[in-house]
Design a protein around this ligand. Structure first.
Ligand SMILES: Nc1ncnc2c1ncn2[C@@H]1O[C@H](COP(=O)(O)OP(=O)(O)OP(=O)(O)O)[C@@H](O)[C@H]1O
Length: 636
């Protein structure tokens, strides 16, 4: 038996000046009464109802519920009391519109921690009682206004709420539907529930044995006395009321139910869910793809690096050194070629500029002449267009001419091994150096056999070019001077690329940094877009949150729902992003003929990342959701 007693209750809303919606209202309602509340618009009826149903707290006075002052109790206690004592029927229905009707009927029981089977049984019985047994599995939004309102009554029935507050329950209905709703409420009343019903309609008000009139925040018939509570009766034929004992534990939510509610809630807004999942999938996809690309790209960079940059070791004889005293070029080249790690070695000796012409009658040019041992073309990675029949070596009396010099000389094709004159001496051109990436100057120079060196006079400098195995440059650089000049290795200059390991780490580091920044930005974008979308969804769902709160959900239950929904979105988005990114990595790497590097660690990274995005993204939304005041959210 729940006994309501209000003593000099006031409710002032802040503002300038503050608005006194209720002023010293005193009222008593006994268990089992049916009381209608009437009065002009803005008189304070809804405010009174909200205070009675603990959706709002008074700013003055005492509210005794079963003799206990509940005017200033905590939000937690109010949630518990609402869950335990109150059922609600609102003018604008407030159902879970996109979900099956039965979910709306079960909602009060969900927050009483009742197992799913028991909830469903009670909800179906209640729907049966209001004549909607066949509508349990239809979407609530397809029902007519009258049917929806009967669903709201069924919810109070299923929860066996001792007190049902109804704010204009027939306000949006035609008279026939309104009558059905009133019959359903009547059945609830006869089953023992207290009914407090706000209405503008004199006919509806007349259904109640007692009517309270409220205008300008004051009860204008203060002498309205409580009628004796009627004994609970057996309901009539067409409305069968389930057991009136309030089942379960008030304001309790089972973890399993939280998850299934979150899934159902996401499923009911499929388009929005897909949009949110896509936002996360794109963020995660970009991040995982960047990490994946970074691994593939790093290995590609490293391979390229090994293949080219760090394979050149050059030993130079500084100008002024007496090269005639050095060992023969071919001997030096073969000694260096013998060092472990050297793939090719060749010696280039510079004999300075000499006069060159195609024939005695053609113009003379001055061009540097170098002798090259047999290993030079490969060690210098030359691309040479050889004349036919030449076995890719320069013999005495033969020359290779650099491409730009050949053009200058208007040498024409090398197919017939044209002759040139060097200092008047005839030499056969056996090839043109088309490309010379390692020694670009060769394009304007002439390469001759070491055997011709004596005709060219004193050398002015020399270089030994070694092409080494990937990673061997440093070792070769240390050994090469001694092999080249065992007596005075110290006078030689050695050029070798920096320690490849260090350089590689640097390059990889910068690749990683660049891609890391892209990942961070895409993750942040996912968090922000999910956060924004979740927050704006909360604004849209205010009435639903208000309803849940009215039915006994604690703020933490609401926060839990938002977090779990968001985490599910994050997880599914993570899986989607993973699939997208793997497809992207495979597509790009295969298109580039790279070896795709797919790290299995990307899988937990994507899934945990998705859940984290969900978790972080929903913080603002969860805070917003728990701030929703049920009385405000349910207005209108
Ligand atoms: N949350 C609020 N903040 C500020 N003012 C409010 C709030 N709720 C109600 N009011 C004001 O309190 C007064 C009483 O409102 P209430 O909704 O209780 O009237 P009512 O009698 O139910 O009106 P109606 O029949 O039109 O629904 C009104 O002036 C209203 O504007």
């Amino acid at each position: 038996m729940t006994h309501i007693r209000l003593e000099r209750i006031g409710r002032e809303f802040p503002g300038t000046p503050p608005l006194r919606a209720l002023d010293e209202v005193s009222l008593e309602v006994l268990q089992g009464e049916w009381v209608s509340v009437v009065g002009p618009s803005g008189g304070g009826k809804s405010t009174l109802l909200n205070i009675v149903a603990l959706l709002d707290a008074p700013t003055a006075g005492t509210y005794l519920l079963d003799g206990v002052d509940v005017a200033g109790v905590s939000e937690r206690t109010r949630s518990r009391l609402r869950s335990e004592r109150f059922g609600f029927v609102f003018q604008s229905f407030h159902l879970l519109d996109r979900r099956p009707v039965i979910d709306s009927v079960e909602l009060g029981l969900l927050y009483r921690g009742l197992p799913a089977a028991e909830r469903a049984e009670r909800a179906r019985a209640a729907l049966d009682a209001v004549g909607l047994a066949d509508f349990a599995d239809r979407q609530a939004k397809v029902l007519s206004g009258g049917q929806r309102q009967r669903v709201a009554v069924a919810r109070a029935l299923a929860s066996a709420s001792p007190i049902v507050v109804a704010d204009e329950p027939t306000g949006n209905l035609d008279s026939a539907s309104g009558e059905q709703v009133l019959n359903a409420l009547d059945a609830l009343h006869r089953a023992g529930s207290t009914i407090i019903l706000v209405t503008h309609s004199p006919e509806v008000a007349a259904r109640a044995p007692r009517s309270i009139r409220i205008a300008d925040g004051r009860v204008s018939n203060p002498d309205s006395v409580a009628t004796a509570a009627p004994a609970a009766e057996q309901p009539d034929e067409d409305v069968r009321v389930p057991s009136a004992a309030a089942p379960g534990r008030p304001a309790t939510l089972r973890l399993r139910d939280l998850f299934s509610d979150a899934f159902a809630s996401l499923g009911s807004r499929m388009r929005r869910t897909v949009a949110l999942v896509s936002a996360v999938a794109i963020g995660i996809g970009l991040t995982v793809a960047t990490v994946g690309f970074s691994q593939s790209a790093q290995s590609q960079v490293s391979q390229n690096f090994d293949a080219h940059l760090n394979r050149y070791v050059t030993v130079s004889w500084p100008s002024g050194v007496d090269l005639t005293a050095a060992a023969a070029d071919t001997e030096i080249a073969s000694r260096v070629a013998g060092i472990d790690g050297v793939e090719r070695a060749g010696m280039l000796v510079d004999h300075g500029a000499h006069v060159i012409r195609v024939s005695p009658t053609r113009p003379a040019f001055s061009a540097p002449m170098l002798t090259a041992t047999a290993g030079v073309p490969q060690a210098a990675e030359l691309t040479v267009r050889w004349a036919p029949g030449i076995r890719h070596r320069i013999q005495p009396g033969q020359a290779l001419v650099g491409r730009s010099l050949a053009d200058q000389l208007q040498l024409g094709t090398v197919d017939s091994s044209p002759t040139i004159l060097i200092d008047g001496r005839a030499v056969a051109v056996v090839g043109v150096i088309a490309e010379s990436p390692r020694v670009p100057a060769l394009s304007g120079q002439v390469l001759l056999s070491p055997g011709d060196g004596e005709y060219l006079g004193e050398p002015s400098g020399a270089k030994l070019l070694a092409l080494v195995r990937p990673g061997a440059a440093q070792v070769v650089a240390r050994a090469a001077p001694l092999a080249a000049d065992p007596f005075e290795p110290g006078r030689l200059d050695v050029e070798a690329p920096p320690d490849p390991q260090q350089l590689r780490t640097e390059v990889e580091g910068s690749v990683r940094l660049a891609l890391g920044i892209v990942s961070a930005v895409s993750l942040a974008a996912a968090v922000v877009s999910l956060g924004n979308a979740m927050s704006s969804a909360i604004a849209e769902r205010r009435p639903e949150i208000g309803l849940r709160r009215a039915l006994g959900a604690m703020p933490r239950h609401i926060a839990g729902l938002v977090v779990v929904e968001s985490a599910i979105i994050g997880l599914i988005g993570g899986i989607g992003g993973l699939v997208l990114s793997i497809a992207g990595i495979l597509g790009v790497t295969i298109a580039n003929r790279w070896v795709p590097v797919l790290d299995v660690r990307l899988i937990p990274l994507a899934l945990i990342g998705g859940v984290l995005i969900g978790g972080i993204g929903c913080v603002a939304a969860a805070v917003r959701a728990i701030r929703v005041q049920p009385s405000d959210a349910l207005r209108g």
